[in-house]
Design a binder for this molecule. Structure first.
Ligand code: SF4
Length: 415
């Protein structure tokens, strides 16, 4: 019987020993994402706002539900990017400390790994013509510019938002404390992108990600119209019609997808299905189920491959929510098997699946739940990466260079 079947959690070292093909640094990344981090005063004394990236606007809240201007996140010795949240100490996060002249990740006083803060992009700290800090309009991932056009999701209008999601509560918090508006003005977004692109060699793509907007003659027409307007204005910064870009949005119908492709420079498209099981999708993502449905979501992803071309379409899952109580899988091995089966079905049709580690956020319905074991995430990373190899799918537009969030994407450069 495997450990996954016994539901006993292995430690970091045990997981690394059991899965030698997965580099230790990737396992560290996953575990740091899974448990979050706490920064000691010593660690924060090393934070230099002229050199390091401080958290800008975010679509979702952090595990401490605060907006403290802490480091954006960490980077490991091999360049692996870790996206993780400040987390209350009582939740047993990893502790980032400064010991013997080095910034380190520690666990119960033991040094696990060296780390560094993300380097500050040149445009951070500058202001738009209307006086807004530019990092409140556009933020930076390792090599991509990140826009959050709308921090309101209309699925919450009748409380049918996804159960792990805190977007609306977080948007209100950001607006009241930092003055960050829930909706971006296209001209302002373009202004910041123009400034950001002046930095040589840092950015290789642009990503837009926002809440769903059900309004329009056909549902989601208004969401599509807004992206078209934004992408056209942003596109004025480029000499070619198409520019390296990704839109993470609702699963649009064929007409909407064709409009996006035809009228803008968009190259990559992601519609997050969130959980690869119809029954759990209906429970966890009731808004997506109400307006589109699980089978139709899959069909739209597959249709998008025909429009945008192979290698330009993927879907994200919030890995671990399939184990949420009380309706989720009760065993990790069953959850893994079911998820991989559905991911393979999509892979055979040209759609790649990537995952992010589920963070039970304090302002979400699932605030008191627990995410999965480290071994679960390591196994999922291997499995999803394996599917990409088997079906010759690439995710260059959403990989470790551009996004930096998905542990399965990190394996692309290693295995
Ligand atoms: S679709 Fe779901 S996860 Fe995305 S913003 Fe809306 S409620 Fe949140």
């Amino acid at each position: 019987m495997s450990v996954l079947e016994m539901n006993r959690e292995l430690s970091l070292d045990e997981v690394v020993e059991k899965h030698p093909e997965v580099p230790r640094l990737i396992a560290v990344k996953i575990d740091v994402q899974r448990r979050g981090v706490h920064y000691t005063d010593g660690a924060l004394s090393r934070l230099d706002k002229e050199l390091h990236q401080i958290r800008g606007a975010t679509l979702f809240g952090s595990r401490d539900a605060k907006l403290t201007p802490l480091p954006e996140s960490l980077i490991l010795r091999d360049g692996t990017t870790v996206l993780t949240d400040p987390t209350p100490v009582e939740q047993n996060p990893y502790v980032v400390d400064f010991i013997d002249g080095k910034l380190v990740i520690t666990d119960q006083g033991t040094i696990i790994e060296e780390a560094e803060y993300w380097p500050k992009p040149d445009f951070y700290g500058k202001k738009t013509v209307s006086g807004k800090p530019m990092e409140f309009v556009v933020t930076a991932r390792p090599q991509r510019l990140q826009l959050m056009p709308s921090s309101y999701c209309h699925f919450w209008k009748n409380d049918h938002g996804c159960k792990y999601c805190d977007i609306v509560n977080h948007a209100k918090h950001q607006k009241s404390e930092l003055g960050i508006p829930a909706k971006l003005k296209p001209a302002e977004a373009s202004e910041v992108i123009k400034e950001a692109l002046k930095q040589p060699g840092r950015f290789s793509s642009i990503c837009l990600t926002a809440g769903s907007d059900t309004r329009g003659v056909e549902p989601f027409d208004e969401e599509v119209e807004y992206y078209v307007e934004l992408l056209q204005v942003i596109g004025e910064n480029f000499k070619t019609k198409k520019f390296p870009s990704q839109l993470i949005a609702t699963a649009f119908n064929e007409k909407q997808l064709e409009k996006l492709y035809r009228e803008t420079g968009l190259m990559g498209y992601t519609a997050d299905i969130e959980v690869l099981n119809e029954h759990l999708f209906n429970w966890i993502c009731p808004g997506k189920a109400e307006w589109i449905g699980y089978q139709e979501w899959k069909k739209r992803l597959i249709r998008a491959v025909d429009i945008f071309g192979p290698g330009n379409i993927n879907t994200g899952i919030v890995a671990g929510v399939e184990l949420a109580k009380p309706h989720g899988f009760s065993s990790e091995s069953d959850a893994l098997e079911a998820t991989m089966e559905e991911a393979e079905d999509l892979a055979t049709k040209g759609v790649s699946t990537i995952f992010m580690v589920w963070i039970p956020r304090p302002q979400s319905c699932f605030h008191d739940q627990k995410n999965a074991s480290l071994e679960y995430y390591v196994s999922l990373a291997k499995g999803l990466h394996g599917l990409r190899k088997k079906y010759s799918l690439n995710i260059d537009f959403d990989d470790y260079r551009r996004c930096g969030n998905h542990p399965d994407g990190d394996l692309t450069r290693i295995l």
